[in-house]
Design a protein around this ligand. Structure first.
Ligand code: SAH
Length: 266
C-alpha cells in the first residue's frame, strides 16, 4: 500500500530506485567493495578499455564519421567512460585513434545528481574556455579533450548523427511490469518468446541486493538495489524496430568475457 492504495510493481521499482528524495541511487555512491554491490568496470580498467576497442571498431564500420555521439546510460561512477577515453587518447602513435577520439561527443544519461557530480569529477571535466559573449560554454573532459553533456533521460540526447549507446547494468534498474496470465494479457507472452526457453522463468524475478547479499525486496526501502532480469533478445528486437531503416548493431557482452575478468582479478 502506498499513497493510500495499491501500486504496480513498476511504480514500486521506480519509487525505490529513483524517488528524487529517497531513491536508492539518488543521494550517494552505492558501488564498490565498501558499497552495496560491485560491477565489472569497477573490477578492472580493462573492461572500459575493451568496450573502447569495440566502440572504435563500430566507428570504423560506420565509415569513420567526423562527429559521433557516444551515449552511456546509467554511468554509475563514470569509471567505464574514464577507462574508455583514457585508453583511446593515450594509445600510442596511430592517427586513427586520434580521429576516433576527436569525433566523440559524450552524452551521459543519469538521473542521480550525486552520481552526476561524481562522474564530472572522475572524468576530470572543466568548462571550455570561450572568448566573446553569447558563446555557450561546453564541458570538456580533460582526459581526452572530449565534450561531455548530462541528460536525465535518453529522449533528451540530440539525435541525427551516428550514435553508439552503451548500457552496462542499466536495463535491470528500469521498472518492469508484471502481468498475471489472463486471456486479455496473453498477447504479451509473444514478447517473452524471444528469450531462450531456459531464461523465461527468470524474467519473473526481481531481486534486492544490499551489502553484496540478496535480501527481501520489501526490506527497508531505498537502502537496497532492485534488479530485474533482462530479456536481451527483446531489447535487441525493440532497438531494431525503433531504428527503422537506420543500421543498428547491438553488441552484447557474453558471460565468457565477464568470467575472464573475474578470473584475472582472483
Ligand atoms: N553502469 C554503471 C552503473 C550501473 S547501476 C556500472 O556498471 O558500474 C545503474 C545506473 O543507472 C546508476 O548510475 C543509476 O543512477 C542509473 N539509473 C538508474 N535508473 C535510471 C533512470 N531511470 N534514468 C537514468 N539513470 C538511471
Amino acid at each position: 500500500m502506498f499513497r493510500g492504495g495499491p501500486i504496480s510493481v513498476a511504480e514500486y521499482m521506480e519509487e525505490v530506485l529513483t524517488n528524487p528524495k529517497a531513491g536508492f541511487y539518488i543521494n550517494r555512491d552505492v558501488f564498490g567493495a565498501e558499497g552495496e554491490f560491485i560491477t565489472s568496470p569497477e573490477v578492472s580498467q580493462m573492461f572500459g578499455e575493451m568496450v573502447g576497442v569495440w566502440a572504435m571498431c563500430l566507428w570504423e564500420q560506420m565509415g569513420q564519421p567526423n562527429r559521433m555521439n557516444l551515449v552511456e546510460l546509467g554511468p554509475g561512477r563514470g569509471t567505464l567512460m574514464v577507462d574508455l577515453l583514457r585508453w583511446s587518447f593515450f594509445f600510442p602513435g596511430s592517427a586513427k585513434f586520434k580521429s576516433f577520439t576527436e569525433s566523440l561527443h559524450v552524452h551521459l544519461v543519469e538521473c542521480s545528481p550525486a552520481l552526476q557530480k561524481l562522474q564530472h569529477q572522475n572524468l576530470k571535466c572543466m568548462a571550455e574556455d570561450s572568448t566573446g559573449e553569447n558563446v555557450e560554454k561546453r564541458t570538456i573532459s580533460t582526459l581526452a579533450g572530449t565534450p561531455v553533456s548530462w541528460h536525465a533521460a535518453l529522449e533528451q540526447v540530440p539525435s541525427g548523427i551516428p550514435t553508439i549507446i552503451i548500457a552496462h547494468e542499466f536495463c535491470d534498474a528500469l521498472p518492469v511490469h508484471q502481468f498475471q496470465p489472463t486471456p486479455a494479457t496473453l498477447f504479451l507472452v509473444k514478447r517473452c518468446k524471444w528469450a531462450a526457453a531456459e531464461e523465461q522463468e527468470k524474467l519473473e524475478h526481481i531481486e534486492a541486493i544490499r551489502k553484496h547479499k540478496f535480501i527481501n525486496i520489501f526490506d527497508n526501502l531505498g537502502t537496497a538495489d532492485l534488479s530485474a532480469y533482462v530479456d536481451f533478445s527483446s531489447v535487441r528486437h525493440s532497438a531494431e524496430e525503433a531504428s527503422g531503416a537506420e543500421p543498428c548493431h547491438l553488441g552484447l557482452l557474453n558471460s565468457s568475457l565477464l568470467k575472464y575478468f573475474k578470473h584475472e582479478n582472483e
